[in-house]
Design a protein around this ligand. Structure first.
Ligand code: HEC
Ligand SMILES: [Cu+2]
Length: 360
């Protein structure tokens, strides 16, 4: 009997410790945790989380306390049969109604936040529009001409946006369903394959989705495709770089113009020639703004040197890694559409790396 009581006690302690352990775990959250919000809508999501969590904590402590209390207060003290109770209507109604009310409050709070995070067009709103396109396995961004953007900008992997600016994302996919998720800025939004609609292959209901956020802090926010999309789903990462007004203006100016190497030299000139040489195939899949390269299969490389990672998170961006990637990309990330290039000479490869690294 003593043993079973000790066991009971240990169970209760374990359950309580687990419950309270969640608090410090949340307090020590690290980027990209949604508990470190950096936009207005992420703010309302995390505040909803905290409100529900703290309510649940109060209920949890109350219930566990009552269990602990009754376990000790009414423990068996003699062999006499205790009073036998068969139902208590008022109590039963109370403990059905109480959780119902709690859930009703949570539903109300949640619907309120859904209203905030959902994209709704606002007449005359000063918003930056970006098209976000999922590909197996990288994200592409298209900024149409608008405001200070005088010419369409296309980039990949790193989405650059100004701080304190309403950003409207129009999300779709070029192949299968992906999901765009930057936990510190906005909730998940599916990328549906709208191309197939154009080809008449999929019925109605599959459509481009909209979301929005307004970043409140500059910084770099990591994300990850959140819908299983094939072999390399795990290596389909992206990030949002939130920059200040001056940084934004500079970025727009640089990216609306033809891609310019940030350095000069023989290797860079030669790299450009190697890249643009049709026999090397790069141009059939990649675009570099202002050159004859206009391929649409792979990511736009107009500013590839400025990215933190290549291959959507497969490798950090460095000359050595770029070299490894171009020589044998499928060896780094299997299943992708980019082939290996064993036929490129070492000198051509070095030149390509010099050229691409200089595009920022
Ligand atoms: C058949 C199409 C195809 C060809 C040809 C091709 N690539 Fe790619 N490339 C891709 C795809 C697709 C990706 C993205 C793969 C991924 O991350 O899943 C990619 C990614 C890259 C990246 C990384 C970019 C980033 O932002 O992550 C570089 C750099 C690159 N290619 C350079 C080259 C060079 C140089 C050549 C020519 C020697 C070349 N590619 C030829 C399809 C191609
Ligand atoms: Cu994906």
């Amino acid at each position: 009997m003593l043993l079973s009581r000790i066991r009971q006690f240990l169970w209760l302690t374990a359950v309580l410790a687990l419950g309270f352990g969640l608090l410090p775990a949340a307090a020590f959250a690290q980027s990209p945790s949604p508990l470190l919000p950096a936009s207005t809508s992420a703010d309302s999501i995390s505040s909803l989380y905290w409100r529900i969590f703290l309510t649940a904590l109060v209920i949890y402590v109350l219930v566990q306390g009552l269990i602990l209390f009754s376990a000790f207060r009414f423990r068996r003290r003699s062999e006499a049969l205790p009073p036998q109770i068969f139902g208590h209507t008022r109590l039963e109604i109370a403990w059905t109604l109480a959780p119902f009310m709690v859930l009703l409050v949570i539903l109300f709070l949640t619907v309120q936040v859904l209203g905030v995070t959902r994209y709704t067009a606002e007449a005359g709103a000063d918003e930056l529009q970006v098209e976000v396109i999922g590909h197996q396995w990288f994200w592409e961004y298209r900024y149409p001409k608008q405001g200070a953007i005088s010419d369409e900008i296309v980039t990949a992997a790193d989405l650059v946006v100004p701080v304190d600016q309403r950003v409207h994302l129009r999300i779709w996919s070029d192949d299968v369903i992906h999901s765009f998720w930057i936990p510190q800025l906005a909730g998940k939004t599916d990328a549906n394959p709208v191309n197939f609609i154009r080809e008449g292959q999929v019925g109605p209901g599959v459509k481009q989705l909209n979301t929005w956020f307004q970043a409140t802090k500059t910084g770099v926010y990591e994300g990850q495709c959140a819908e299983y999309c094939g072999e390399q789903h795990a290596i389909m990462r992206m990030r949002v770089k939130v920059v200040d007004k001056a940084g934004w203006d500079e970025w727009v100016k640089r990216n609306a113009a033809p891609a310019q190497p940030t350095a000069t030299g023989f290797a860079i000139e030669r790299g450009k020639q190697v890249f643009l040489d049709e026999r090397n195939l790069c141009v059939s899949c990649h675009t570099i703004k202002g050159t004859t390269a206009a391929g649409k299969v792979g990511p736009n490389l107009s500013n590839v040197g400025g990215r933190q990672e290549i291959g959507a998170g497969a490798l950090t961006n460095s000359p050595e890694n770029l070299r490894t990637w171009i020589r044998n990309a499928p060896g780094v990330k299997s299943g992708i559409k980019m082939p290996a290039f064993p036929q490129l000479t070492d000198a051509d490869l070095d030149a390509l790396v010099a050229y691409l690294s200089s595009l920022k």
